[in-house]
Design a protein around this ligand. Structure first.
Ligand code: HEM
Length: 391
């Protein structure tokens, strides 16, 4: 039996074992290194969609068989990413009007201003510059804090808390404490928003929650989830996507030559570099057959999004970064009822950041050989710890 997670041989490609499994054992039992438990690993695109679209697979942490890591803590109230309908629906519904395409597009000018400011500051420095610290982290940090209505001055606190929560090497007790600190902070902030509402998402949630049958504690949980889900994901997608683009100069030249293909190009980078590396976890609540394999109630499943995105049955020559392909049904943002709530916000940030970065600094390149870039092999979200660039 294979163990999981598997190791990469090339930092910009998922483990090559995925290809072997897709061909020979697309749904297979593996042993989780985290806790020694056995789960089903789902590696093909079609099967991944089947599992994620099937209500018989639960996202609830307390469902028997759920692949909870030993180091994970049960999620607190409001963490709807780990809930099933109807509770999931009740909480997710509250956020739907906040993340519409219109609302996200309306943020584009503000996002452009933030990116312009960050790139002005970056271009004014003497290279090498760490792109993570100069651009990839501050952009989503500023966007999410502004959207929620969190004082930006507290960004160091947010950066540190989300970093510790995403680090597999941090011991569970410390991770729990950090998460509680973040919740306490957001709890105080929600109290402020109740007293003095402003034009921001947290104020609107605080105002509308009673009517929607949502508790104050749940609002705090939703805010915590948004902070965590919307920050390191985008930061790492920017950073590792930039590496992939710089390593494929022919493709990058196409991107630089005209912005009309920008949206499609971003989808392809997001497909090729799937930062939610360990995929989506589920537990079967009934006996279900997927791709000819019977999965029994109470068994855990890990859907490997990075593998589904490289499935040769769905994407021709899948390991190639091809900015001209139609990558729109990649699974980097998940699929089904839990599909990423913030994907439109992520897309706007990625489109603005790459269009502006390569227009403003056309000679951008890595300042170290790619082998020397510290990739995040040890984190829940894949990416890079640092990215020294020059021009
Ligand atoms: C490149 C950036 C991002 C990636 C790759 C990403 C990926 C994902 C994935 C794969 C899921 C589904 C997990 C599952 O099915 O178990 C998810 C869910 C979620 N994401 Fe994102 N995400 C990104 C950015 C964001 C942003 C910017 C926000 C918010 C501001 C956000 C908020 C959420 C929320 C709230 C959920 C839970 C949805 C639900 O359970 O109904 N994400 N994300």
């Amino acid at each position: 039996m294979d163990s999981y997670p598997m190791s990469r041989t090339c930092p910009l490609d998922p483990p090559s074992d995925y290809g072997r499994l897709r061909a020979d054992h697309p749904i297979t039992r593996v042993r989780l290194d985290f806790d020694g438990s056995d789960v089903w690993l789902v590696t093909r695109h079609e099967d991944a969609r089947a599992v994620l679209g099937d209500a018989n697979f639960s996202s609830d942490f307390s469902t028997p068989g759920f692949p909870a890591r030993l180091t994970s803590q049960p999620p607190g109230p409001g963490t709807f990413i780990r809930m099933d309908p109807p509770d999931h629906t009740r909480l997710r519904r509250l956020l739907v009007p906040e993340f519409t395409r219109r609302r996200m597009e309306a943020l584009r000018p503000a996002i452009q201003r933030i990116v312009d400011g960050l790139i002005d500051a970056m271009a004014g420095r003497t290279p090498p510059v760490d792109l993570v610290e100069a651009l990839a982290l501050p952009l989503p940090s500023q966007v999410i804090t502004e959207l929620l209505g969190v004082p930006y001055d507290d960004r160091d606190f947010f950066h540190e808390t989300t970093r510790l929560m995403g680090d597999q090497n941090v011991d569970p007790e410390r991770r729990l404490k950090v998460r509680n600190d973040l919740r306490d902070y957001l709890d105080r902030l929600v109290a402020v928003k109740e007293e003095q509402p402003a034009d921001d998402l947290l104020s609107r949630l605080a105002q509308g929650r009673q009517e929607a049958g949502v508790s104050r504690e749940e609002i705090v949980g939703i805010a915590t989830l948004l902070m965590v889900a919307g920050y390191e994901t985008v930061a790492n997608q920017i950073a590792v996507g930039t590496v992939a683009l710089l390593q494929n100069p022919g493709e990058l030249a196409g991107l630089k030559s005209g912005p009309e293909r920008l949206a499609a190009a971003v989808e392809e980078v997001v497909r090729h570099q799937t930062v939610i590396d360990y995929g989506a976890r589920r537990a079967a609540t009934a006996d279900v057959e997927v791709g000819g394999q019977l999965i029994r109630a109470g068994e855990g499943v890990v859907v490997v999004l990075a593998s589904a995105n490289r499935d040769e049955e769905r994407f021709g020559d899948p390991d190639r970064l091809d900015l001209c392909r139609d990558a729109s049904d990649h699974l980097s943002f998940g699929y089904g009822v839990h599909q990423c709530m913030g994907q439109l916000l992520a897309r706007v940030q990625l489109q603005v950041v790459w269009e502006t970065l390569f227009r403003r600094i056309p000679d951008l390149r890595l300042a170290v050989p790619v082998e020397k870039v510290p990739f995040r092999y040890d984190m829940f979200v894949y990416g890079v710890h640092e990215l020294p660039v020059t021009w």
